[in-house]
Design a protein around this ligand. Sequence first.
Ligand code: NAD
Length: 342
Amino acid sequence: MGTTVSGMTSVTMFDTKKYDREHIGASLVDAGFEVKFREFRLNPETVETVTEGTDVVCVFVNDKVTREVIEALAAKGVKMIALRCAGFNGVDLQAAKEHGLLVARVPAYSPYAVAEHAVTLAMALNRHIPQANRRVRDMNFTLDGLVGFDMHGKTVGLIGTGKIGKIAGQIFKGFGMRVVMWDPYPDHAWAEEHGLEYVALSILGRAADIVSLHVPLFPETEHIINELVIKELKPGVIIINVSRGALIDTVALIEALKSGHVGGVGLDVYEEEEGKFFEDLSGEVMTDDVLARLLTFPNVIVTAHQAFLTREALDEIARVTTENIAAFGRGESPEESRIVSV
Ligand code: NAD
């Protein structure tokens, strides 16, 4: 980028994986920042690894930027918390304000990546792709048990039609599906333009062969898919959740999978994913019985919060994070929509 940054050159990046270092880290280095990579998360135990002279800490969704951490950062002279994600619930904003730390974020990266992953999960479940792939690798080329259905002519129900839900709706429409949607703030003009329809939540539940969740997690949306709602869904329904784990009561979902009422589930998020998703626990005992049970169903596909993970999304995160830090380094403000707290 060639940005000149005076007096604001040292960035410590926490919770970095290989893809973070290759995309976001490289972008920061190209912009002239001195970057230190930490593979572990920022929290009260690890804040001591921030060295004097660090100007910016760059963090992700699971870093714990508590008051204690912010006090320690401020004492070391850190001036900015650059989130390389949209969510900021891991940062104590009040403490950041009190200590004069700017908090900036990347409000959106690629809604296409997330919507396309939702459709991928639905298709993979419908056509039994995990089972088919396993079979042929065992040189078993039989087809019994792999019968799917045409997406064409079926009904998909979208709960939430923001940036991601809208794109999912347009993709499903492209299959020749009927798309029914519910959102507390419907965009009727967009729906009319694309031939999609808003309906009451109860009608969506009864009509949909596939239900896909695209609302954020709020107190009103927590367990929006619960035991009572599941009972009203069409028998054999496929449920897709790439939004937030707690939108679904997972215990109720497991009961419905056991009874056969729910025909398939595709999850990129899980209520208790923290400490599990993004980690390699292959050598450890799984202590989460609910997740362990979920993973026993042949008609459940779980991915570990990877819906966002495309090259385009990482490039966008890199671009915006670098711009945010560079702007602050020049003594300017990042764009309004990217500022969480000043
Ligand atoms: P958005 O803000 O563009 O859209 C959210 C929609 O939810 C809006 O249409 C809004 O009207 C609706 N909504 C608002 N309040 C509501 C309420 N109380 N009840 C029901 N609906 C309500 O968000 P988006 O960019 O489309 O993202 C949707 C969700 O996707 C995010 O909140 C996030 O949880 C998730 N997400 C997941 C990943 C991933 O990698 N799995 C990545 C990015 C986002």
